[in-house]
Design a protein around this ligand. Structure first.
Ligand SMILES: NC(=O)c1ccc[n+]([C@@H]2O[C@H](COP(=O)([O-])OP(=O)(O)OC[C@H]3O[C@@H](n4cnc5c(N)ncnc54)[C@H](O)[C@@H]3O)[C@@H](O)[C@H]2O)c1
Ligand SMILES: [Zn+2]
Ligand SMILES: [Zn+2]
Length: 393
């Protein structure tokens, strides 16, 4: 089959790889019909390279049609239309029973000290072949696949794999009081969808980014926006709009590659030039994240407010302003999204033909797998109006 493979920093290629097979009785194989490209893939493309293996198949936002099932794949049947969560979870261990599917004790990557395995996401997360491919082996198929009805376009349901539950969890964790103000940093697919969900809940939403079409898209749905290119001090700007206090809650939907802190950027360049083995060690021990967004969040949240971190960070010694965090009495909540914890809550919005979250029009680009190298580059550089890419294998 054809698959998008990681070959090196900023180097992905579409290659011929062996078809996946059923390996465990609980496995299924799906024929992928749509597969998203995510901001998390950009971390692999750029920063997390030291943890990647040459030829690793990328992608963690797939959906498709079940082609084959193992003998213990539950009630999953050939021909079912399914969306596959980005994390692999068993659905019945102690963590899964508590809705903490990204901490699943059956799939935890213990030799790396990490949580549940993820599709297409480096050695840190189990090096499981991903979904930007024609076929995908789905472990834990007795639990994981989300069955969706035949009929509507793939895009109506596709984002259940990641964007929707991730944005949903970020809004839940932000826990903005009724009538309150939520600040969303970063208006990529995750921040954009978080804004849509929060607006639907009747919150006042302020979105921040530095890319015109991303600001416009969120503005058109009713959020206030702040353009990073025009405002130096986001905290001051937010306080000026909130009676001097700051936002009740802040979602950081940017993560470790934030723009706007040249010193850390320099550190990261030096780090990227190190030999791979050395840099993998340093990356997991030392903090080399660009911390601009989280620092902005700490500044812009009001005293006693909540910060919901959904953007991914990877450092171990990132300096945090403990004095300010403690004195402002800030609550910090974070983590990979527990997809199946939220999918049933989201489903009614997707089955509603009015499409209240605008999922069918959410992707800006539908491209064949063969175009993956260009699509990754355009998504990273934010060219050609690229906000969300969906591959059509
Ligand atoms: N926790 C999870 O389960 C989970 C799941 C999916 C994605 N993510 C993470 O969420 C983040 C966003 O993903 P995405 O797909 O929307 O990616 P993206 O890269 O398209 O979006 C990031 C946005 O942040 C903006 N930005 C950069 N620096 C900024 C700053 N200092 N202040 C405000 N905005 C800034 C960029 O212009 C961009 O629009 C990534 O870190 C991704 O890894 C987490
Ligand atoms: Zn994703
Ligand atoms: Zn489990």
């Amino acid at each position: 089959m054809k698959a998008v493979t990681w070959q090196g920093k900023r180097d992905v290629r579409v290659e011929e790889v062996p078809d996946p097979r059923i390996e465990q009785p609980t496995d299924a194989i799906i024929r992928v019909t749509s597969s998203g490209l995510c901001g998390s893939d950009l971390h692999l493309y750029e920063t997390l390279g030291p943890f990647m293996g040459q030829g690793d198949v990328l992608g963690h936002e797939p959906m498709g049609i079940v082609e084959e099932v193992g003998p213990e794949a539950g009630d999953l049947a050939v021909g079912d239309r399914v969306v596959i969560p980005f994390q692999i979870s068993c659905g019945r261990c102690w963590m899964c029973e508590r809705g903490l599917f990204t901490q699943c004790e059956v799939t935890q990557v213990r030799d790396q000290g990490m949580g549940a395995a993820l599709f297409g996401f480096s050695k840190l997360y189990g090096e499981v072949p991903g979904g930007q491919a024609e076929l995908l082996r789905v472990p834990q198929a007795q639990f994981m696949p989300i069955k969706v009805p035949h009929g509507p376009a793939d895009e109506r349901f596709l984002f259940l794999s990641d964007v929707l539950p991730t944005a949903w969890q970020s809004v839940e964790y932000a826990d903005t009081p009724e009538g309150g103000t939520l600040l969303v940093l970063g208006l990529g697919p995750i921040g954009d969808m978080a804004c849509r969900i929060a607006l639907r809940r009747g919150l006042r939403v302020i979105g921040v980014d530095r890319v015109s079409e991303r600001l416009e898209r969120v503005g058109a749905r009713g959020a206030e926006v702040i353009d990073l290119r025009e405002v130096d001090d986001i905290g001051e700007e937010v306080r000026s709009r909130t009676a001097g206090r700051g936002a009740d809650a802040v979602i950081d939907a940017v993560g470790m590659e934030a723009h706007g802190s040249p010193v850390a950027e320099m550190g990261q360049k030096l780090f990227n030039a190190l030999p791979k083995k050395l840099s993998a060690g340093i990356m997991s021990k030392a903090g080399l994240d660009r911390m601009t967004a989280i620092y902005t969040a700490i500044d812009a949240v009001r005293r006693g407010g909540t910060i919901s971190l959904i953007g991914v960070y990877g450092g171990q010694t990132d300096p945090m302003p403990m004095l300010t965090l403690f004195d402002k009495q800030i609550q910090l909540r974070m983590g990979q999204a527990n997809v199946r914890r939220w999918s049933d809550d989201i489903m009614p919005l997707l089955l509603d033909d009015a499409d209240p979250l605008g999922t069918e029009q959410f992707a800006t680009h539908q491209v064949p797998l063969a175009d993956a190298p260009g699509a990754y580059e355009r998504f990273q550089k934010k060219q050609d109006g690229t906000i969300k890419v969906v591959f059509k294998p």
